[in-house]
Design a protein around this ligand. Structure first.
Ligand code: NAG
Ligand code: NAG
Length: 446
């Protein structure tokens, strides 16, 4: 697809009508000067962003709350030059009082660069976990996007859309398939042989995975990716080529079995954490170092360490790290998995800043909505360096009082010898009028 280059706007027009010779010469000179200056400014201000990477985002959703989060997320990452693909799990039961397109309208908002589809029925721990991603990658190849990023509704951007593009320009060509801070090898996927003996991830896989590929080592990453178009192209075309590593791995994940000590013969686990990293490490495409040193392009321009593009708090070392401070999930949001991922909130901001993450998860308005009041930013320097307090935090819990009635008044509370009822004061009209006027100037809550 050809890139649209925008014409500079608002160039001065030559004077028309009767103008004296000198006046015309002067205004021509001014016009030429303005054209030259305007042109130079145009080169600096318009061409640079134009050449910055375009992103194909895959956003996955599986129920009404995740569709709602997806619509908020799309608003925060929206850039008219990017492409957005929303995958709705096949298990989703559409509301019966409207069409699927009507249900999707709050997500789509009539934007032509947003598309949705329902192609896969995803089962946890199975190959089907990769199907939405492969669908998104194939969609991406039909666009002019340079970078592929997959997100779910509980993800949130650290950077504003324009700061994200500037940063992706700096990271161009690198393929990120890990998340921090729990990945022991940082930005680089972890080889199975790097894990200690007996470690569950080492136990889960035999070596070699494929008898026909004795030198193929399994690599672990996370389900979160920021990868290049070249990598997407490689994955999609290799899956179509019988005999390729990708093709053989899919076959193994779908139809193969492994013997796991203490568990027995099972289908190979965690295809989502190993398929893409393993294929990437064999592809010859660029993989980041455990820590990359990059230019702080949204701020000082100085060199800074980049430790993770995806910030996700997980306990790979459960139960040894189970005493770390973290947000407790309200029971209705809890997945009950002891290793997380945990919710992130305002106390994690300092660490998110130090990692220079591009995205975080899981963020929730039901857990700590303050993170949404801070992120996204256009410069990492604007993120406050907040850390977890040294002592455990106890949040106040809402106390409910027993209520009584007094005559026709309800909802009253008995305090010592008196009964306090909800106020029914008769205040002067100026109080409500000035409060109403103030709201026109600020909609913020007090
Ligand atoms: C990203 O891709 C991986 C691999 O297919 C998948 O397991 C994961 O769920 C995806 N994440 C999102 C948010 O779509
Ligand atoms: C799994 O095995 C079935 C039955 O032999 C075959 O039809 C299918 O193509 C295999 N799937 C993959 C991904 O190789």
């Amino acid at each position: 697809m050809a890139r649209r280059r925008q014409a500079p706007e608002g160039l001065p027009r030559l004077p028309t009508g009767k103008a004296g010779g000198i006046a015309l010469m002067a205004s021509l000179a001014v016009t030429i000067a303005l054209l030259v200056l305007g042109g130079a400014a145009y080169v600096v201000m318009r061409l640079a962003p134009e050449d910055q990477p375009r992103v194909a985002f895959l956003v996955v959703a599986h129920d009404a709350p995740t569709l709602h989060s997806a619509s908020l997320l799309l608003g925060a990452i929206y850039d008219p030059e990017h492409h957005y693909f929303v995958h709705v799990d096949k298990k989703y039961k559409w509301p019966t009082d409207r069409t699927p397109d009507e249900t999707m309208a709050p997500v789509m908002k009539g934007r032509t660069n947003v598309k949705w589809a329902q192609v896969a029925d995803v089962a946890w721990g199975r190959w089907s976990m990769n199907e939405p991603t492969l669908w998104g990658m194939a969609q991406m190849l039909g666009t002019d996007a340079d970078v592929f990023i997959n997100l779910s509704g509980d993800a949130w951007p650290v950077l504003t859309p324009s700061a994200l593009r500037t940063t992706l320009q700096e990271l161009k060509g690198l393929n990120f398939v890990t998340s921090g801070p729990s990945c022991d090898t940082g930005l680089r996927p972890t080889g199975r042989n790097e894990f200690g003996d007996g470690w569950h991830k080492k136990q889960a896989y035999p070596h070699p995975m494929l008898n026909s590929e004795p030198t193929l080592e399994a690599f672990y990453g996370s389900q979160w990716m920021v990868v290049t178009r070249e990598f997407c192209d490689h994955v999609i075309s290799e899956l179509e080529r019988p005999g390729s590593i990708a093709h053989k791995l899919r076959e193994w994940f779908v139809n193969g079995t492994v013997v796991v000590e203490g568990v027995g013969r099972v289908k190979p686990h965690i295809p989502d954490e190993t398929f893409f990293p393993t294929v990437l490490m064999r592809s010859g495409l660029r993989v980041p170092k455990p820590v990359e040193v990059v230019a702080d392009v949204t701020g000082s321009g100085k060199k800074v360490p980049l430790r993770s593009v995806w910030y996700v708090r997980m306990d790979e070392h459960y139960p040894w790290s189970s005493h770390k401070q973290r947000y407790e999930a309200p029971s209705h949001l809890s997945t009950g998995r002891p290793w997380g991922p945990y919710y992130v909130g305002s106390y994690d901001l300092g660490d998110i800043k130090a990692h220079r993450a591009l995205f975080v998860r899981k963020a929730s308005r039901h857990v700590d909505g303050n993170i949404f009041r801070v992120l996204p930013v256009d410069d990492y320097a604007k993120i406050p360096d907040l850390r977890w307090p040294a002592t455990a935090v106890t949040l106040s819990t809402t106390k409910t009082y027993e209520t009584v009635t007094r005559g026709s008044e309800t909802g009253c509370v008995r305090v010592a010898e008196s009964i306090h009822c909800p106020p029914v004061h008769n205040l002067g009209g100026d109080v409500a009028a000035s409060a109403k006027r103030a709201r026109r100037y600020s909609s913020g809550e007090l």
